[in-house]
Design a protein around this ligand. Structure first.
Ligand SMILES: [Zn+2]
Length: 321
């Protein structure tokens, strides 16, 4: 790896994996300065554009529109998110949902009277949002977007930042689009949790260039001049889904960064040394059983509805009810 770590400036790395989750060659390295895990090499803009236009759907999502079970699950999680964070979602809000996916957030935001624009690079998903859910969703690559400074009260970035080849640069751009006091919600997969939960070798993906843990997510945000919103910091500590505001961000000292790298080396060594997952909550078998039970319960619940739209309306009514 040639370039210094964009999060800590470190130049020392250690290889933690040589295969992606499908068994294809993909080198992932851990920064010994801060613990963030990245693809090596980091793909160029041109390589990423080619990947997303050609390969994204078949290698990642596997379906042109989401299953009703998936939609049911997404809506359930988002209703819980809105209920847990009501203080942040008071109208009027003009917002941007970058990486709108299958539109569950946008649908519920609209129900709550919040005005969000959606952007989704996957054309099938964007069509689904517009046609099935009646949402304002544009099809753009995120890198192509520009908005005037201070356009939004809130920007939402759910499962997007890990796809960015230069997350600090991207966060600085997004931060400039926020109004004073505006909020940036960032949610990414939690690498330390995945290392515990997933089977050995099932973690990494070409499209997930940066693999964050709670520390490195906040470090990336700090590098872009973002601090965790006071109302979120204590409540959402230890997670990789939280709210940020522009502020006098103080980057953690190098010692704290290196201590996080030591933690990351340890969870990756555990992951690479064992054959069964070791989730936080219970053993692997009971976890698998409860996952399967939850999935069939979701599938059964979703099957009661004739259309995706009907599921959306069911959850919309729950949110306002
Ligand atoms: Zn680093």
């Amino acid at each position: 790896m040639a370039a210094p770590c964009p999060l800590c400036g470190g130049t020392e790395h250690e290889k933690v994996s040589s295969r992606d989750r499908h068994g294809n060659p993909l080198v992932s390295v851990l920064c010994l300065g801060c613990g963030v895990i990245t693809n090596d090499p980091i793909p160029t803009d041109a390589e990423l554009a080619a990947f997303y236009t050609r390969d994204y759907r078949k290698s990642y999502k596997g379906a042109a529109i989401p299953s009703k079970r998936q939609v049911w699950r997404n809506f359930g999680r988002l209703v819980a998110h809105f209920e847990a964070n009501t203080g942040f979602y008071r109208a009027p809000i003009t917002g941007l949902d970058l990486g709108a996916g299958s539109g569950e957030f946008l649908f519920l935001a609209k129900v709550k009277g919040l005005h969000f624009i959606g952007v989704e690079p996957n054309e099938d998903y964007a069509h689904y949002c517009r046609d099935m859910l009646g949402l304002d969703v544009r099809t753009n690559l995120l890198e192509e977007l520009t908005f005037p400074e201070a356009s939004f009260d809130m920007i939402r970035l759910s499962h997007v930042l890990e796809h960015m080849r230069d997350p600090v640069r991207s966060l600085k751009t997004l931060s400039s689009w926020l109004k004073p006091g505006g909020l940036l919600y960032i949610e990414v997969p939690q690498t330390d949790d995945e290392a515990r939960r997933k089977l050995r070798g099932r973690m990494f993906h070409f499209g997930h260039i940066f693999n964050f843990d709670p520390f490195t997510l906040r470090l990336a945000a700090a590098r872009a001049g973002l601090v965790e919103a006071p109302d979120a910091a204590a409540r959402l500590a230890g997670t990789t889904g939280t709210f940020f505001v522009k502020g006098d961000a103080v980057s953690p000292p190098p010692d704290a960064c290196r201590a996080n790298a030591a933690r990351a080396r340890s969870f990756m060594a555990d992951h690479n040394a064992r054959t069964v997952p070791a989730p936080k909550d219970g053993n692997a078998v009971s976890r698998l059983v409860s996952t399967l039970a939850a999935r069939s319960a979701e599938a059964l619940a979703a099957r009661r509805f004739k259309t995706h739209r009907a599921i959306a309306e069911h959850f919309g009514a729950r949110l306002v009810g």
